[in-house]
Design a protein. Sequence first.
Length: 508
Amino acid sequence: MPDSFPPIETEQRPVDRIGDRERLDALADSNLLDTQTEEVFDRAVKLATRLLGTPVSLLSLVDETRQFFKAQEGLPTPYSSTRETPLSHSFCQHVVSSGELLAVEDARVHPLVRDNLAISDLGVIAYLGVPVIGADGHVFGSFCVIQSEPRRWLDEEIDTLRSIARGVESEIRLRVEVARRGALQRAADEDRQRLALVLESMADGVLSIDREMTVIYANRSARRILDAGCEPIGRRLFDVFPRGEADAFVAMVTNALLTGEEAELSEAVVKIPQMERWIEARAAPSGAEVTLFFRDVTVRQKALESRKVLVRELHHRMKNLFSIVRGMITMTARGASDPLVMSQALQGRLISLARAHDLIRPAISDDDDANYQDIFLADIVRILVEPYRKPGVESLSIAGPELRLGVNSTTHVALLIHELTTNANKYGALSQPGGKLSVSWALNGDALDFHWIETGGPEPSDPPAEIGFGSKLIQLCVRTQLEGEMALDWPASGLRLKARIPLGSIAR
């Protein structure tokens, strides 16, 4: 038995250069197929017929099914008009397949082309063709000369044809390169247009400057945010852009120009006092230019500032609240006859504080769903007084313009109304079936005039000899916390309170 088997012989198939997809794509990209005749190529075929003494010369471009004559001289009709033949009539296809020169002395006996229909239909007997090669190495077709009788081609004739073909190749390659660059330029132009569209639609402002800090580009948002009132392009940067506190933006841009490194002030947002705005900016260098991306963060900063104020106010309010409760306990204990009386009095006052806190809680809450609404004086009065209205009797009158209370003033107003209501329910107009209470207010310049008038209650003998805790708390709320003035009288008809409180204190 032999040690090894003989190798299996396989048929070597020729490479199909005619149908090569890359070649066909390159040929299509050359934009030569199915185009009009052009003088530069027509001159080349005429020159070839003159120098080589042949009746026909062709610049033939070969695709999958046909050959197209970009230029021709001497072809018989109808091929001179159609400017193409199928591959059954093509010698040039063999130049493309081999990538080499094809010289045929007599096509009728040549083994490669003797069955080609060009012999009978076009009278091709002698043929000399050289490859026409594109810049990427693909053979587009053949530059050839044809004669209708046998001819032996000389070396100098072959050199002449090659020289003319090289000129044709140079023209084709130049055109392909021009077309390629044109396509790249169009793509770049489209990219620039898309980029411009993006920049113009951005909410952020964009400014580009050169090394002399002259503005060379500004998008729509930059003009809106800066509100310069004039065209920024062509002007010095800091004639249209704020310098920032302590020249923060100047330092940022200068550093970007000098170092070529991107700089940003994302954490150190700069307040612009003259614009009453906060600006956040970033400087991005690119070659000899620097682009500034910036945004107006005023709404965000104001929200942060408001949150900080509210947190500080909450701490302050909690301290005040503990002080008020401590004072309530101390003063209530002094005037109470027994623990039950003290408990009842203290409980009512604490409930009043709780109701006031329920109204202002959303304003000092972190909960975005707290559904905070404005607090108005009429609401406080109704919440605290309505429970004591006598059924079936017009015992209560509330009248006054809409007046919004501040978060801080709400507590003090609530305590004031609670004390007055408690006193009226125990000792005044609300303690008698026929008693009436009128609560009214009016705006007087930059102050609020507040009136609490009771009628029909027990007739007081004389004003109290000593001021009780309730009266002291009323004075504390009006004079100290709300920085107002007040007068408290006890005529025979019932208690009357008249107070004037600055609107600034009400709004706090």
